[in-house]
Design a protein around this ligand. Structure first.
Ligand SMILES: Cc1cc2nc3c(=O)[nH]c(=O)nc-3n(C[C@H](O)[C@H](O)[C@H](O)COP(=O)(O)OP(=O)(O)OC[C@H]3O[C@@H](n4cnc5c(N)ncnc54)[C@H](O)[C@@H]3O)c2cc1C
Ligand SMILES: *[C@@H]1O[C@H](CO)[C@@H](O)[C@H](O)[C@H]1NC(C)=O
Ligand SMILES: *[C@@H]1O[C@H](CO)[C@@H](O)[C@H](O)[C@H]1NC(C)=O
Length: 623
């Protein structure tokens, strides 16, 4: 068995540098192709037959997009049998392959992803292929919850209190906590029961499989003074094994959580492969009344008696609003789109950037070995029973929330950094999948990772939770099929807060690495410099500043693209009831309304936003 990884290494090592990554490309394409084949399964056994397109054209509510927010909302609104709802989703229904947690990363390279890229900018990504980032986003029933890494975090109480303080009554922690309890079916071992929910729609569980290194990491964190916590409970600050949106070792996405239960209701129509291209708004009264969409290349129009709700996600809700005449006046005029309401749609886009090249090497085989894992038949059988390595959520194993010594927030329990611990590094899959996810050029990859192919290495990817830099989204044209333009604009804040926070995170990681548990296994930082940064002394602040500007990844938590805020807020697109300012009968219900980047991964808040919006709307109409 041992000989096979060795042979593979020899082959890759021999060819990879010369092929400029073509070999990785090929191997990655094979993996994507194998997953694509499984898309046949929903055709054979469909829960949402696309042929059942509704004959009627009138509904009370039309919801565009079936991500976590849209699915939760569709389910709750149709609890009342008198309320007729149409849910339009541009993607198809997911196949069973997405259930297997270990394939998470590869789903980015299938047709379940819109396959967007970011625009090239000078501040960052000098070592990314063509200077651009992968900018994935789910194009499938269930939205990004179908292709994400299943990390489950609620966020910090202070995040929600800040939303409320910005002029959004009803969104404080006290207001939102009941929705988190309601939505969760939480089965985690380290659990603050008073804060957690049982019996809700979204399954939250521990990951059944753990590598040898994660226990050492968690111990080292506690030795460094990080409390061992339920980070979704009483206190977020501290260390914990990862909690995941899985049940019995299988992915639990929005379709399973909310649509499966509601799909046979007579008052709910769920329509896949139907892409909304325009929200119809009467320009005189500024009232939304319907949606234009395409199904099988044919144009259709449907009408909403009560409301149109955009749940198309933080990248597509702004796109759809702008296509419909709601957006920045000059931008729409420049594209020839008649302006209905001048609003700062897409003007701000915050994201959570992450750095994949801080790694530690150990002497024992405590980390994930992809080859022996792939060759072990138990893993294939085990995953059917919710056991074994394939239940690992893309290798993510533990999380630490840290308040670094450069944080200026007065709240002592408000983290500015997340450390996400993975039981392997970019050498683990020989550059087939994760190299591309984290936007590493082949030349840079080969320099750093070829020497590590036979070594035991794990990484901890830090996340700057409250970046000061922000980017924006624009339309490329008035053509709804044209991808929007995404400008992440990382590391653009004049005070360099984000780079400094990354460096503070690296220092904390080094401190954790110096703890007795880590030292006992000989853990040491991998000191191969990032090409282009060799002129700086390795591990100096200048070195790290160069490194993060060379290679950077995203955890795909874009927010604020349809920011929630009061009437007088020049950045606000929707109010605290998620109604689009100045337009009647139109709401946005998804992560694009989140006003400032929270200390979380966004699927938890996305579900909570859907649940909360359902109550807002029900109260508004007395239904
Ligand atoms: C690769 C990846 C990994 C991630 N990992 C994690 C993680 O581990 N943990 C975590 O908490 N978060 C993670 N996230 C983020 C999280 O999944 C999202 O924040 C969350 O799904 C957002 O929910 P949403 O309801 O706002 O919209 P989305 O999930 O974005 O759903 C929007 C839906 O609208 C549909 N749609 C868009 N435009 C149209 C249109 N014009 N007509 C019809 N339908 C349309 C889309 O197809 C999609 O189904 C990840 C995201 C990605 C992309
Ligand atoms: C923060 O901690 C680092 C080491 O972890 C130290 O070098 C630095 O001086 C500290 N900064 C402040 C402002 O205390
Ligand atoms: C934007 O449109 C131009 C001209 O039609 C095209 O060449 C370019 O590829 C488009 N950009 C994107 C990101 O699709």
């Amino acid at each position: 068995m041992k000989i096979i990884p060795f042979l593979l290494f020899i082959i890759l090592a021999a060819f990879a540098p010369k092929t400029e990554g073509n070999l990785y490309q090929l191997a990655g394409d094979v993996v994507s192709f194998l997953i694509e084949i499984t898309r046949i399964q929903p055709y054979l056994l469909s829960l949402y037959p696309a042929k059942n397109r509704p004959k009627e054209e009138h509904f009370d509510f039309i919801i565009i997009g079936s991500g976590p927010s849209g699915s939760a909302l569709a389910n709750r609104l149709t609890e009342n049998p008198n309320v007729k709802v149409l849910l339009l989703e541009s993607g198809e229904e997911p196949s069973l392959i997405v259930d297997i947690p270990i394939v998470a990363g590869a789903l980015e390279f299938t047709s379940y992803n819109y396959n967007y890229k970011s625009q090239r900018q000078p501040n960052f990504c000098t070592g990314c292929p063509n200077g651009v980032l992968q900018w994935p986003h789910g194009n499938v029933l269930g939205g990004s919850s179908v292709i994400n890494y299943m990390i489950y975090v609620r966020g910090n109480p202070a995040d929600y209190d800040k939303w409320a303080a910005l002029g959004n009554p009803g969104w404080s922690y006290e207001d939102i906590l009941p929705y988190f309890k309601k939505l969760e079916d939480s089965r985690v071992s380290r659990s603050d029961e008073a804060y957690r929910g049982k019996g809700g729609n979204v399954a939250v569980s521990d990951v059944p499989w753990r590598s040898g290194i994660v226990d050492v990491y968690v111990n080292a964190c506690t030795e460094a003074g990080h409390e061992y916590v339920d980070y979704n409970g009483r206190r977020q600050l501290g260390v914990s094994y990862i909690q995941s949106t899985t049940r019995n070792g299988a992915r639990w996405h929005a379709e399973k959580a909310y649509l499966r239960q509601a799909r046979s209701r007579k008052n709910l129509k769920i329509q896949v492969k139907s892409r909304a291209t325009k929200i119809l708004i009467d320009p005189r009264t500024k009232t939304a009344y319907g949606v234009e969409y395409y199904y099988e290349k044919k144009r259709h129009v449907v009408y909403a008696k009560k409301e149109v709700i955009s749940s198309a996600g933080s990248l597509n809700s702004p796109q759809l609003l702008m296509l419909s005449g709601v957006g920045p006046k000059d931008h729409l005029e420049e594209l020839g789109i008649p302006v209905i309401q001048d609003l700062p749609v897409g003007k701000k886009m915050y994201d959570h950037a992450t750095f994949p090249l801080i790694m530690f090497q150990v002497d024992k085989p405590l980390v994930i070995n992809a080859v022996t894992a792939a060759l072990n038949p138990f893993n294939y059988i085990g995953v059917l029973f919710g056991k074994g390595l394939f239940t690992s959520i893309g290798g993510v194993e533990a999380i630490t929330y840290v308040k670094t010594n450069i944080s200026t927030d007065p709240d002592p329990l408000y983290p500015d950094v997340e450390l996400l611990m993975v039981g392997g590094a970019l050498n683990t899959d020989f550059g087939i999948i994760f190299r591309k996810i984290f936007n590493v050029k082949p030349e840079i990859y080969n320099k750093i990772f070829l020497p590590l192919f036979t070594k035991y290495v794990y990484m901890v990817t830090p996340v700057v939770l409250h970046p000061k830099s922000f980017g924006w989204i624009k339309l490329n044209s008035s053509n709804p099929w044209d991808a929007p333009l995404f400008y992440p604009n990382y590391f653009s804040d004049p005070e360099d807060h984000d780079v400094k926070t990354f460096i503070a995170a690296f220092r904390e990681l080094e401190r954790i690495n110096s703890m007795p548990s880590m030292q006992k296994i000989g853990s040491r930082i991998v000191s191969i410099p990032v090409p282009g940064c060799e002129s700086h002394r390795f591990d100096s602040d200048e070195y790290w500043a160069c490194a993060v500007r060379t290679v950077i990844g995203s955890y795909y938590h874009q927010v604020a693209t349809c920011k929630m805020g009061p009437e007088g807020d020049p950045e606000a697109v929707v109010d605290h009831k998620l109604r689009v300012h100045g337009v009647k009968k139109l709401r946005v219900v998804d992560t694009s309304v989140i006003p400032i980047p929270p200390a979380t991964h966004n699927v938890g808040p996305a579900y909570a936003i859907g649940e909360k919006a359902a109550d807002i709307i029900k109260n508004c109409y007395g239904i």
